[in-house]
Design a protein around this ligand. Structure first.
Ligand code: DC
Length: 230
């Protein structure tokens, strides 16, 4: 039986995470949140005080070993939320902070660390199918995917959504700080030499700036249903 793969790539804050989870539930597929894997690696290297010396050769080798042996677990609960564990500790909320996002973006720019995480991501492809959420799911990790979607939105609308999320978590944040973080992260993700953020040639591009979740979900399922039927 062919394993069906749906990839959702795009910049942070485009709504990818929410939509990927909704799609996985709808199709009863597995879910890969690849950003969480980069966040876990970033957080692990930060805790080991290795993050600031990433570009030194000895440190890099050590980091590569850590990346290959990262002890992580994703546990999906009955209500479809996922709890994430690093070295046995529940870090679900910790890894969602802006600070850990910055750590993730740093490690994600380093080719050997991306390679070290390649097989781990491929291993998520299991029957009946997978929804893979990230930046390079279609271009590097699952080029064979049946349905490739690139979800984007203007930096301003992504910043507004992010502020709402963070405020709901009880954090006091300023839109301008979030917007400049988003712009800096976009630049780093798009300009890095290895697996830069860009749509695959055969990706369906959706701009969610003016759409709500249900509208994006409908566009996605119409596209996916047609692709999986072929
Ligand atoms: O989607 P996210 O915000 O959780 O991702 C965190 C960082 O990891 C982001 O800066 C980009 C990077 N990333 C990546 O380079 N490749 C992926 N497949 C997923 C995330």
């Amino acid at each position: 039986m062919t394993i069906q793969i749906i990839t959702i790539d795009g910049p942070s804050g485009s709504g990818k995470g929410t939509l990927a989870a909704k799609l996985a539930e709808h199709y009863q597929f597995h879910l890969l949140d690849s950003g969480a894997i980069y966040r876990l690696l970033g957080f692990s290297l930060y805790k080991k005080a290795l993050l600031d010396a990433l570009n030194e050769e000895n440190t890099l080798q050590q980091c590569e070993e850590i990346a290959k042996n990262l002890d992580i677990k994703f546990v999906t609960e009955i209500n479809s939320t996922t709890q994430i564990f690093l070295d046995g500790e529940n870090v679900t909320e910790t890894i969602r902070t802006e600070q850990v996002g910055e750590f993730a973006s740093k490690v994600a720019a380093i080719p050997v660390l991306r390679t070290a995480l390649f097989e781990r991501q491929r291993a998520f492809a299991q029957a009946p199918g997978l929804v893979a959420d990230g930046r390079d799911m279609a271009t590097s990790i699952f080029p064979e995917a049946q349905a490739k979607i690139y979800l984007t939105a203007s930096a301003e609308s992504r910043a507004t959504r992010r502020v709402k999320q963070l405020q709901a978590m009880g954090l006091d944040v300023k839109i301008n700080d979030i917007l400049s973080n988003i712009q800096a992260r976009d630049k780093r993700d798009m300009e890095r030499t290895v697996a830069p953020l860009k749509p695959a040639q055969d990706a369906y591009i959706i701009d969610s700036s003016e759409l709500n979740i249900d509208e994006v979900f409908k566009l996605m399922t119409d596209f996916i249903d047609a692709r999986l039927a072929n």
